[in-house]
Design a protein around this ligand. Structure first.
Ligand code: FE2
Length: 175
């Protein structure tokens, strides 16, 4: 019988949570080698660092979902023919890899759905088509993925108005 997280005692639950994030990290590091230079593991580390800074400023963050979504969000940036197709299709392509990995590791289905929703929230084309991120984790992944690119006045103009959270805006140094 496979137990859901909810039925595990608190300390065990935490151990298992750590375990899945660590396992996902190990798996993903190899996968990101297949991507172009802008979407390698270093990018995930940069997004994760920024996301943790933002998350520390807001309440009630589901850290495990957020971390898993960040780990997987750009994981398949390589299976399409052109860079443009990779740009438009990588959110969906990446959710397929996440889903397969998490299912194989007996991660609960409701939690997988949540991770996938957060992953999709990082994409601007997805946001334009399906609307704003609803969860705090979705807003954090978007903000962290975009705010790390604000390094010039042009990029400030492009990305700053798109940021969801005042907490993220307060962290942007470049004006
Ligand atoms: Fe990204």
């Amino acid at each position: 019988m496979v137990l859901g997280f909810e039925s595990l005692p608190g300390s065990l639950e935490k151990l298992f949570y750590m375990h899945i994030v660590d396992k996902a990290t190990k798996f993903a590091k190899n996968e990101y080698e297949k991507n172009d230079l802008f979407h390698r593991w270093q990018h995930i580390e940069n997004v994760m660092k920024k996301a943790m800074e933002i998350a520390a400023l807001v309440k009630d963050v589901d850290y495990e979902s957020l971390k898993l979504a960040i780990i997987f969000h750009d994981i398949d940036y390589n299976s399409e023919e052109t860079p443009e197709d990779n740009y438009y299709n990588h959110p969906n392509n990446s959710t397929r890899i996440a889903e397969r990995f998490l299912e194989k590791n007996n991660y609960p289905h409701t939690r997988i759905r949540k991770v996938i929703e957060i992953m999709l929230d990082h994409s601007t084309p997805h946001r334009k088509r399906f609307g704003e991120a609803k969860s705090i984790e979705g807003k954090i992944i978007y903000d962290s993925d975009k705010s790390i690119f604000i390094t010039t006045p042009e990029l400030y103009k492009k990305y700053f108005p798109l940021l969801y959270l005042d907490e993220t805006k307060s962290l942007v140094k470049f004006k």
